[in-house]
Structures are given as structure tokens and as C-alpha cells.
Design a protein around this ligand. Structure first.
Ligand SMILES: O=P(O)(O)OC[C@H]1O[C@](O)(CO)[C@@H](O)[C@@H]1O
Ligand SMILES: [Mn+2]
Length: 389
């Protein structure tokens, strides 16, 4: 109880600082990322003019203060042993998993039926299924908890509704993903690796959709291994940590539903065989743009370079890919990445923040006229690829 009281008082202090626009203060508790964070705060300080004094909550870059808020929540918890490994968002993450049981069973059953005869499918059919499961993973990203504040009444994806959602895909590079993976499958030798990396976003329903896609990639031999990247601390409410990752697989495995539990068993086996690999890295919970990765986290950058294709899930990853800058809507994605090219990559994201690049001339104007909130509601989505043609 004493520890809880301490955590709550630190959290109230944080809330007060935020609500009254106090200066941003350095982190105090020593963790692997503390020095990098504090250097970043100093850098922000150097950008503030003398008359403005210190960086504050209301007038600092949104990406920076939003990340900082979550990092401070974590600091309040780690300063309060013995509850220092408590995940303040665990309950809501687990609740959404249970609330979306029906959709989860639907997509797991679909996958299991599909993989039964996967060897007999012709090229076109396989491509079609690949596209479907990519879209399931895309619309799965509607379900984050930081934007919905725990309200998961968002329409859940099921395979039959995909056609209905197609018009809301604003950038669609699925064909390029198919060419890359299917060409590699045709030309690679028997023992060579095809590696797809997935930089995860939210746990719960979205993570299941990512598992379904990853399972399909192995079952169809479009990939021989899949590497996942998650957060090392609770983050943006619903983001995946190693605990969530393992918890979802355990839940699936112990389900009473035949196909969901088959998925759980298969997924656990993939991990045991090293065909699925999970990586945690503190870089993902820093405020840095991804173009800083090769400097700030060269080990992570080198890991990503081993992939043949990288999927970046979700809105926050897109903001970090593009530096959260106010780019023109039509500037090429390659340019907005500003030198971040560890391997061919693709953002799979529903739009929840006011940034989008790589649109056709006139596209944004048309959207603004027909649906003024198109950038922030999560109704629209993209598959945006960058890599050699
Ligand atoms: O889980 P996602 O798709 O990254 O969405 C989180 C998004 O929600 C917000 O917290 C609020 O819109 C954004 O800052 C963030 O980009
Ligand atoms: Mn998220």
C-alpha cells in the first residue's frame, strides 16, 4: 500500500506539471535510456530562445512531450518498489483482447482453413490471400487504446468486410510487397533465408492480426523467418511488450476454441524453432525520429538491415518514420524518411495524426472537401512502401 501511495503521488505530481504547463524536467531514475533521454531534453532546451526559458508541456513538439509523458509514467512506477514492474495499462490491454474474442476466432478459423490446402493454391490465389491478410493487419490498427481512451467499439475487421473498406486505402503498395516476396521465393536457394521483420504496435486484436499475417508468411513460404520488435516499457497505453506478446500466445493456446488454440500451439512452436523471434529495444520508447536510429541505436539499425522487408505498424511509427514534420502531402515517402533505409520497408497504418506524405496531386484537397477529419479518425489507411523498384 505504501508503494501504491508513492506511485500515485508521483503520478499526481506529473498530472499537475502537465496541466499547469510547468517546465519539462530531467529524468532522475537511472535506466539504460536515462542519459539519452536527458541529452535529448538538453537538446530541446537549446532550441528554446532565451525569452521563452525552459521547454514546457504546451509549447514543445507533440511527439517529444507525448513520449515524455509515457516515460514519466514509467518513472513513477519504477520509483515505487515492490510494484516497480507493474504495467499500468495491463488491465485495459487484456480486456480488449477478451472483448474482441469473436473477431479473433473468426480470423484464426479463416487462417487455419486456408493453410490446410495452401500447397495447392495457384499464384493468383496465394496473392489474393496475402492481400486479404495484409488488410486485416491494417484495419487491426484501428484498435489502439491511446486514441480511443479504452473505447473499443471501433468496427472490428472480418474477412467479408474487406471489400467495403478498400476505398479507404489512400496509398496502396501491396503489389510491390507481393513482387518483392514472391520473386525472392522463386529465386532463392533451398537453404537461404527470407526474413520479414514486423515493428509491432498495439497488443490485443491488432497483435493477433499481425500474428495471422506472420503465420501466413511462413505457411506460404513467402518468408522463412519473422522477427518482431516490441516495447520494453508500457507505452501509448496499448503497445506490445514481451509480456503481452507471450500472454496473447498463451491465451490462444488455452482457448476452448479448436482453431484459436491450434494457432496458439503453432505460434509457440514457431518461437521454439526460432522461426519467430522477438526483440525488445529501448530505442522504440525514445522520442527520436527513426532517421536518428543509426546514430543512437546502431545495434538495432544493424539488426533491421538483416531483413528483406520491414513492416512498420501503426500511427506512432509513421510519425517517427517521417519525423512528425508538417510535410507537403505530395512529397515522396523516400524523401520524408530522410536517410532511414535499413532495408525495403512498408508502413501499415491507419491515419490518426495530421501527417501524410506521398499522396497524388489533388488527393488531399479532395479528401478535405469530402471528409474534413480524414487525417485523424483512423478511418483511412495506407500501405506505403519504400525500397528498390
Ligand atoms: O497505436 P498507434 O496507431 O501508433 O496510434 C497511437 C496514436 O494515438 C495518439 O496517441 C493520439 O492520436 C497519437 O499520438 C499516436 O500516434
Ligand atoms: Mn500504439
Amino acid at each position: 500500500m505504501e508503494a501504491e501511495k508513492k506511485a500515485i503521488s508521483l503520478l499526481s505530481k506529473l498530472r499537475n506539471e502537465l496541466q499547469t504547463d510547468k517546465p519539462i524536467t530531467p529524468l532522475v531514475e537511472k535506466l539504460a535510456d536515462t542519459d539519452i533521454w536527458n541529452q535529448y531534453l538538453e537538446h530541446q532546451q537549446s532550441l528554446v530562445s532565451e525569452t521563452d526559458g525552459k521547454p514546457r508541456w504546451f509549447c514543445s513538439p507533440w511527439l517529444f512531450v507525448e513520449c515524455y509523458a509515457y516515460r514519466r509514467i514509467h518513472e513513477a512506477v519504477i520509483q515505487s518498489p515492490p510494484i516497480d514492474d507493474f504495467d499500468v495499462f495491463k488491465e485495459s490491454k487484456q480486456q480488449t483482447f477478451f472483448e474482441s474474442q469473436e473477431s479473433i476466432i473468426g480470423i484464426c478459423t479463416y487462417l487455419q482453413e486456408l493453410v490446410k490446402n495452401i500447397e495447392d493454391l495457384d499464384e493468383n490465389h496465394l496473392k489474393n490471400e496475402f492481400f486479404k491478410l495484409l488488410q486485416v493487419s491494417l484495419w487491426g490498427n484501428k484498435c489502439d487504446l491511446s486514441m480511443s481512451a479504452g473505447n473499443v467499439s471501433f468496427q472490428k475487421t472480418n474477412i467479408d468486410s474487406l471489400e467495403h473498406f478498400k476505398p479507404f486505402i489512400l496509398v496502396n503498395d501491396m503489389e510491390r510487397l507481393w513482387s518483392l516476396l514472391s520473386n525472392r521465393k522463386k529465386t532463392r536457394g533451398k537453404d537461404t533465408v527470407s526474413r520479414v521483420d514486423i515493428v509491432l504496435d498495439n497488443s490485443g486484436f491488432e497483435l493477433v492480426t499481425d500474428f495471422i499475417l506472420a503465420d501466413f508468411l511462413l505457411s506460404s513460404k513467402l518468408a522463412t523467418e519473422v522477427h518482431f520488435y516490441g516495447k520494453t516499457i508500457p507505452w501509448f497505453v496499448s503497445d506490445t511488450t514481451i509480456h503481452d506478446f507471450n500472454w496473447i500466445i498463451e491465451q490462444a493456446k488455452h482457448s476452448n476454441h479448436k482453431w484459436l488454440s491450434k494457432c496458439g500451439v503453432d505460434w509457440e512452436n514457431y518461437i521454439k524453432m526460432g522461426r519467430w523471434v522477438y526483440h525488445g529495444h529501448f530505442f522504440w520508447t525514445l522520442p527520436h525520429e527513426f532517421w536518428a536510429m543509426s546514430q543512437v541505436a546502431p545495434d538495432l539499425y544493424a539488426e533491421l538491415q538483416k531483413a528483406h522487408l520491414i513492416f512498420f505498424k501503426g500511427d506512432l511509427n509513421y510519425r517517427k518514420l517521417t519525423g512528425d514534420r508538417k510535410w507537403e502531402f505530395t512529397i515522396p515517402f523516400h524523401q520524408a524518411l530522410n536517410g532511414f533505409h535499413p532495408a525495403p520497408l512498408c508502413s501499415i497504418r491507419t491515419l490518426k495524426s495530421e501527417i501524410q506524405v506521398g499522396l497524388q496531386p489533388g488527393q488531399s484537397e479532395q479528401l478535405t472537401a469530402s471528409d474534413p477529419d480524414w487525417l485523424t479518425t483512423g478511418k483511412y489507411g495506407i500501405f506505403q512502401f519504400d525500397g528498390p523498384l
